[in-house]
Design a protein around this ligand. Structure first.
Ligand code: ZN
Length: 148
C-alpha cells in the first residue's frame, strides 16, 4: 500500500495528490499539466510559498534571495545544479525578497541567501549563506524524510 503525497503545483497553485511511489515517474498537475517534480527551480510569489510550505509532503527547499545580492546570484547556478541532482526526490524553488519583502519578516530571514527546507507542511531546517551544489544537496538529503 502506498501513501499519497500532497504537492502544490508551483505554476498554478493547485494541490495535487500523487502516490508516493509514482513521484519519480513525473506526475503532472491535474489542472494545468505542469510536471510537479521535474528538477527545475521555480520562482514563487508570497502566496505560492505560503501554500506550498504548509502543504507539500515532499521536501521543498526555498532560496530566499534578491537581485542586488552578489552571493545570491553566484549561488543560483549551484542551486539549479542541486535541483537537477535531487530530481523528483525534492523540489527546489526561489523567492525574490525584494519583490516580496513580507516573506523576510514572516520567515524571520536575517540575511540572504537563506535556504529553508519545508516538508509535511512545516519548516524542518534552514541554512544561511551561499553554498556549493554538493552542500545544498547533502543538506536536503540529511534533513528530509523520504515518503515510502
Ligand atoms: Zn498546475
Amino acid at each position: 500500500m502506498t501513501a499519497n503525497v500532497k504537492l502544490v503545483c508551483l505554476e498554478c497553485g493547485t494541490t495535487n495528490r500523487a502516490p508516493a511511489d509514482r513521484v519519480g515517474a513525473g506526475p503532472k498537475c491535474g489542472t494545468c499539466g505542469t510536471k510537479l517534480a521535474d528538477g527545475k527551480v521555480r520562482a514563487l510569489d508570497a502566496a505560492m510559498l505560503d501554500k506550498a510550505a504548509r502543504t507539500d509532503d515532499l521536501p521543498l527547499l526555498v532560496d530566499f534571495w534578491a537581485p542586488w545580492c552578489g552571493p545570491c546570484r553566484m549561488m543560483a547556478p549551484q542551486f539549479a545544479q542541486a535541483a537537477q541532482a535531487l530530481g523528483p526526490k525534492a523540489r527546489l524553488a526561489k523567492i525574490d525578497t525584494q519583490d516580496h519583502p513580507q516573506v523576510s519578516t514572516k520567515y524571520n530571514i536575517r540575511g540572504i541567501p537563506a535556504l529553508i527546507l519545508f516538508q509535511n507542511g512545516r519548516e524542518v531546517a534552514r541554512l544561511a549563506g551561499a553554498r556549493p551544489a554538493a552542500e545544498i544537496e547533502a543538506f536536503v538529503r540529511q534533513h528530509s524524510r523520504q515518503p515510502a
